[in-house]
Structure formats: C-alpha cells, structure tokens
Ligand binder design. Structure first.
Ligand code: CP
Length: 296
C-alpha cells in the first residue's frame, strides 16, 4: 500500500492486515521512526480525525507539521502541486489531507514531485473517508467478531456522507448485509444495496445500527429537522435489543440519537470508535512508511 486514498483501492486482505496491525498497536506494539516528517493539511474542520492522526504520528515518533491554509502561501496564488513539491524539497513527503473537493487526492497523486509523495485521505467531499471506515470495521469486529452475513443498518444523511460511502465499500467486500435507511431527501442509490425508508422495518433484527449526522454544511436545500427526528432518531425505545450503536461523530445530540441513549452504556461504542481511530491511523502510517522504505 503506497497511499490510502479510497477503500475501493484496497483488497480484502489489505484491509484485514491493517486491522490486525491496528489491533497489535492497541495491544501495546511499539514502532518508532527516526527522521520521518508528515504534514497534516486540513482544509475542512475536524476534531477526531485530526487529533487521532496527530496522536498516531506522535506515538510513532514521527514529526508532525500542521499546515495552516490561512497563513500559507496558497493565499498568494500558489497551486497545491507547487506547495506539496516545495514541502517535498524541504523534507516532508507524507501528506494527510482533508478536503471538500471530490477526487482532490487522486488528482494530486498524478504529479511527479521532487521526492515521491505519499498521500492519506482524511476525508474527501461526500465520497471518501477511508480511515473512518477502517476504524468502524475494527470496532465492529471487536463487538461482533465477523460482519459476514450480519445486518448493518446505516441511517440518516446518506447523500452527503463520505462515511456512508466508504463504509458501504468496505462492508460490501466483507459480505455484510447492508441496509440503507433514509428519507427520500437524504437517499442516494447505490448498486446492490437494500434501501428502506421506514426505520422500524429497516432496523428489525439489526446487528449494527450506524447513525449519521445531518451534514448541514452540504445541504442544497433546507429540510425539516423535526420531521427527521420524528421518523429517524434512534432512542432507547426503538433501538433493537441486541444491536451495537455506532456513529462516526460529531454527534448532534437529540437529532440522530437521543441524549439518554447516547449517555447510556450503549452510547460507549461511539467512544470506542474514536479510540480505535488512533490505532488504525498508526497502522495506516506504518504500512505506508514501511512500503516506502522497502522501495527506497
Ligand atoms: N468522524 C470524523 O471525521 O470526525 P471529525 O470531522 O471530527 O474528524
């Protein structure tokens, strides 16, 4: 694995190897790098992804560099290729990028840089959030061991969610029974996936319930939050008895999940997801740096 750009580019075996490595890091495995430098380039806000990447980088004894777009020379008209090329010349050649532009990282990968550049997608537009899907998969395995033939119901704003797209790509590879549940205004058709608008029907006998935040910053037109809450909020009364509750965060309390459920023991899996994010990101960085060292 040279880069991590989309889940679709990984094989089932590569995913399992990353999860195994993440589990080893969680179990205390130590890997320490010398003279490695990684830039964190976040063009959209983030808490979990940015801090867990920083934490992973620090645990691996790698030097992190925070790119502050507002203070960079991008404001003077420098193109992103030139910015990255100059950072490669300075000695930073691994880039963790969050962006609202679709296929931005694939487009950066096409250039020849001063030194080979490696890219990690930390969330891209509405289409890809591969490290989130990996940490979600790690958390699912911790709770239900194997997702094959298990019912995973993804609920809410599917249309604007990169988390949903990357999770669907990963869970399809692993043979899960995926059900997408959303109102028509949040629905986006996907090949070979079951769609169910009615929450009660969708969640019947679910093994995993994954709620998504309404992506207010990406909505093309206003929706009725009250309608969404009435029809799609998960709470103690409607969550299936044995289902694991998940959410990528940030949660909007009392919208997609009720506060009382979030504060209960069943809400803890969401923090387990955040915790696993550090180990998954350590595994991804370690895998990419190992591969580069083999090639050098
Ligand atoms: N899940 C997720 O990507 O959260 P952040 O936006 O806080 O990084």
């Amino acid at each position: 694995m040279e880069d991590l750009i989309k889940i679709e580019y990984l094989s089932k075996e590569e995913i399992e190897t990353l999860i195994q490595s993440a589990n080893e890091f969680k179990g205390g495995k130590k890997v320490e790098y010398e003279n490695e430098h990684i830039a964190l380039m976040f063009f959209e806000n983030s808490t979990r992804t940015r801090f867990s990447f920083e934490c992973a980088i620090n645990k691996l004894k790698i030097n992190p560099y925070i790119f502050d777009n507002s203070k960079s020379s991008s404001s003077k008209g420098e193109e992103m290729f030139d910015t990255i090329n100059n950072l490669c010349a300075i000695g930073i050649n691994t880039f963790v990028i969050r962006t609202k532009e679709e296929n931005f990282i694939d487009s950066l990968k096409k250039y020849n840089y001063y030194k080979p550049a490696r890219f990690i997608n930390a969330g891209e537009g509405k289409s890809a959030h591969p490290t989130q899907a990996l940490l979600d998969y790690m958390t699912m395995k911790e709770n239900i061991k194997d997702v094959k033939d298990k019912k995973v119901v993804i609920i809410g704003d599917i249309k604007h969610s990169r988390v949903a797209k990357s999770n669907v790509a990963l869970l399809k590879k692993m043979g899960a029974n995926i059900v997408i549940c959303a109102p028509s205004y949040f629905m986006e058709k996907m090949d070979n996936i079951v769609f169910e608008e009615d929450l009660k029907t969708a969640t019947k006998d679910a093994d995993i319930i994954m709620c998504l935040r309404i992506q207010n910053e990406r909505l093309e037109e206003a929706i009725s939050k009250e309608d969404f809450i009435k029809r799609y909020q998960i709470n103690s009364n409607n969550i299936p008895k044995n289902a694991i509750l998940m959410h990528p965060g940030p949660v909007n309390r009392d919208v997609e999940i009720s506060s009382e459920l979030l504060n209960s023991k069943r809400g803890q899996t969401i923090l387990q997801q955040a915790q696993n994010g550090v180990f998954v990101r350590m595994a991804v960085i370690d895998s990419i740096l190992k591969k580069r060292r083999e090639n050098d």
